[in-house]
Design a protein around this ligand. Structure first.
Ligand SMILES: Cc1ncc(COP(=O)(O)O)c(C=O)c1O
Length: 368
């Protein structure tokens, strides 16, 4: 297998990629993946059959590494499907639908709203029992009571656009479903609290193309939905080890390489510490620099996506020029928040964060 081949060395101009996703992966992973595009097993990874034993091995290792990285207990199935987290909204709703056809949703922004809309579209009555829309999603709702008789409760663990993140798992006796697209593998989680977790690969896992599902076995095949296309039924994928149809081979392969890299570098526990240090460094700069302010409430700030604003918007052109000159990319904020968003996924180094804080500091010195 291609596993132990030495990667080629590709020269690459140093950039600091703070993009929200698809995002930076470790350079070693890029190189090894590039190598396999040319020659994986005398064929390119792009042309091999997904039924070949070499790829079946990749899929199996990718599954095992997800289990290892997150400490997934017995009784859960790992799937790599397509359609992104956007199709995950529908898949989650359909597969978790039970007798009441009512589900509770926490509305913490654009992606949570997307999940609510897709659940409604497949006939779920959505009970949005908590929302932070009143302050443009700059916080995580805390004082809420969860209604009884829900088929499931759904939330978005990290709000990529608004820069907020749940610090605690919602406490409910209903089956719990979570969109972890932008913070899976970034910090430790207790998988046993969840019936279903899903995440688009393109943040901390690998290239766009694969969507990861971690599903409790007892969930499979229990949907009460009359509408259930074959592809959307997780039980079908579980029965075929994610190979019911052609899987996103390159994305799964690169995710597998990235998971190997994660585990070799101390696993999720070490990544969590690095992410905490990076976030602290940037938030300290934002809080101590008189020209900037954070966009999210202090207690709910995300370690993955840091949203911040200039106090004086007329300085924007000048500041933008400075960070562009420093080869920082992807810092522009989403239009629903404005300002800036520094996405600091696992592979972004603390050196890149240092470059950003130095630019902010230098900018303030210049402005007197
Ligand atoms: C939290 C979250 N959920 C869902 C999505 C949508 O993901 P996809 O593009 O994989 O459909 C995103 C995309 O950034 C996201 O950040």
């Amino acid at each position: 297998m291609a596993a132990n081949r030495q990667p080629f060395l590709y020269p690459r101009i140093m950039t600091h990629n703070f993009g929200a996703g698809p995002c930076i992966l470790p350079q070693e992973v890029f190189k090894e993946a590039a190598d396999a595009v040319v020659n994986f097993n005398d064929l390119s990874i792009l042309e091999i059959s997904h039924r070949s034993s070499d790829f079946v091995e990749v899929m199996s290792e990718a599954r095992d590494l997800v289990k290892k990285a997150l400490g997934v207990p017995e009784g859960y199935t790992i799937l790599f499907l397509q359609g992104g987290a956007s199709l995950g909204f529908t898949i989650a709703a359909l597969n978790m639908m039970r007798s009441t056809k009512r589900a509770g949703y926490i509305n913490t922004g654009t992606w949570a709203k997307g999940a609510i809309a897709e659940a409604s579209a497949v006939g779920i009555e959505t009970d949005v029992f908590a929302s932070s829309e009143d302050r443009n999603f700059c916080y995580i709702p805390k004082d809420y009571s969860i209604p009884n008789d829900l088929d499931f409760v759904h939330y978005t663990s990290n709000n990529t656009i608004f820069g907020t993140q749940f610090k605690n798992t919602p406490n409910t006796s209903a089956p719990l479903v979570c969109d972890m697209s932008s913070d899976i593998f970034a910090h430790k989680i207790d998988v046993s609290k969840f019936d279903l977790i899903y995440a688009g690969a393109q943040k901390n896992l690998g290239p766009a193309g694969a969507t990861l599902f971690i599903v409790k076995d007892e969930v499979l095949g229990k949907s009460t939905s009359e509408f259930m296309p074959k592809y959307l039924n997780l039980a079908n994928h579980a029965a075929k080890d994610s190979m019911m149809n052609t899987p996103p081979v390159f994305s799964v392969y690169t995710s597998m390489l990235n998971l190997r890299h994660l585990i070799k570098n101390g696993g999720v526990e070490a990544a969590e510490k690095r992410n905490f240090d990076k976030a602290n460094m940037l938030y300290n700069e934002i809080d101590s620099n008189p020209l900037f302010k954070g966009a999210a409430d202090l207690s709910d700030r995300s370690t993955m996506n840091v949203t911040f604003l200039l106090n004086d918007e007329t300085l924007k052109t000048e500041f933008d020029q400075m960070w562009n000159d420093a080869r920082i990319i992807g810092l522009r904020g989403h239009r629903s928040v404005g300002g800036y968003r520094a996405s600091m996924y696992n592979a972004l180094t603390i050196d890149s964060v240092k470059v950003l804080t130095e630019v902010m500091n230098e900018f303030t010195r210049k402005k007197g």
